[in-house]
Design a protein around this ligand. Structure first.
Ligand SMILES: Nc1ncnc2c1ncn2[C@@H]1O[C@H](COP(=O)(O)OP(=O)(O)OP(=O)(O)O)[C@@H](O)[C@H]1O
Ligand SMILES: [Mg+2]
Length: 280
């Protein structure tokens, strides 16, 4: 019987403090009607997923398509309501919040998607995209917000003279950088990146990966990567959790898991990675 508990070798040193993020028994079933007769189909997308994450650390969720990775990210951030389970952030129960207190906590937990531009207001300039979280939370004067936007553009490697341009004129990699700048402007403590580096050129992917590793260390950010790319997951994340049919089937330190996978699903993902590499 395979289980997802950590072996001794996989144990990360946890501080005595409460974890930054504590996810317990998160479950979600989608119900959809089967066309054309309307019979209900139940899809168990998440099945009792639990994990903890400390400030400054990272975990990658990898797994085949449909294994529940995006559902997990959306349930944690409450873009989608879970059926059951708990998410504590700094000890606060996210599912018990509403209104201003939910918005406040949620700003600390930012999501970046594969094409981040879909989450930008299409009428905004790059500067407005970065300033948005500060405007919503009334942080600083207009001039201070502008200055912070300039600093953040520099930080993520965007040309500052493009501050008044529409992100629609940016390259794919530049848009992802802009989304990271916006998350930093929101003072995010946790960033969930759902395939945020997929579809980019290898060199752009590597540059943004290194940017993420640097800001993670600088700000003690906690990062949750959602990816189908085992190699990238291993490069970016301290730990990897392999998902299959809504469950974590194996979890461990990235180095151990890549070198000595235990679950057949993990082995299959590694084999797919190796066969892709031998073709390229
Ligand atoms: N809105 C929805 N309604 C019904 N079923 C859904 C919905 N969204 C996802 N599902 C189903 O839930 C399961 C998990 O989907 P999810 O998108 O979380 O997987 P994923 O691991 O992110 O896949 P991918 O790697 O393709 O992005 C799949 O079987 C999917 O078909
Ligand atoms: Mg997905």
């Amino acid at each position: 019987m395979w289980h997802s508990s950590l072996s001794e070798e996989d144990t990360i040193k946890h501080s005595a403090d409460k974890p930054l993020l504590q996810v317990t028994d998160l479950s979600k079933t989608y119900v959809r009607s089967r066309w054309p007769f309307g019979a209900k189909v139940h899809v168990k997308a998440l099945d009792s997923v639990s994990f903890t994450l400390e400030a400054g650390s990272s975990i990658a969720f990898v797994g085949e398509s449909g294994s529940g990775k995006s559902t997990l990210g959306m349930c944690i951030s409450r873009l989608l309501e879970a059926d059951s389970g708990k998410v504590l952030m700094n000890g606060t129960d996210l599912f018990s919040l509403s209104g201003t207190s939910l918005r406040e906590v949620r700003s600390k937990l930012q999501l970046v998607f594969q094409d981040a531009a879909t989450s930008f207001n299409p009428t905004f300039t790059a500067g407005q995209v970065i300033c948005e979280p500060m405007v919503i939370r009334a942080i600083g004067s207009r001039a201070e917000q502008q200055q912070r936007a300039i600093d953040l553009m520099e930080r993520v490697g965007l040309p500052v003279d493009s501050i008044s341009r529409s992100p629609m004129q940016f390259s794919g990699g530049q848009r992802q950088r802009l989304a990271i700048a916006r998350a930093l402007a929101a003072d995010a403590e946790v960033i969930i990146l759902d395939e945020a580096l997929s579809g980019l050129d290898m060199s752009v992917q590597a540059d943004i990966a290194n940017l993420l590793l640097t800001v993670q260390a600088e700000r003690r950010l906690a990062l949750i990567y959602i990816s189908h790319d085992m190699e990238l997951a291993g490069y970016l994340a301290d730990e990897i959790a392999v998902m299959s049919e809504g469950r974590i089937v194996e979890r461990g330190l990235s180095s151990r898991l890549l070198q000595r996978p235990e679950h057949p699903q993990t082995q299959a993902l590694i084999n797919a990675m190796l066969s892709f590499e031998s073709q390229t």
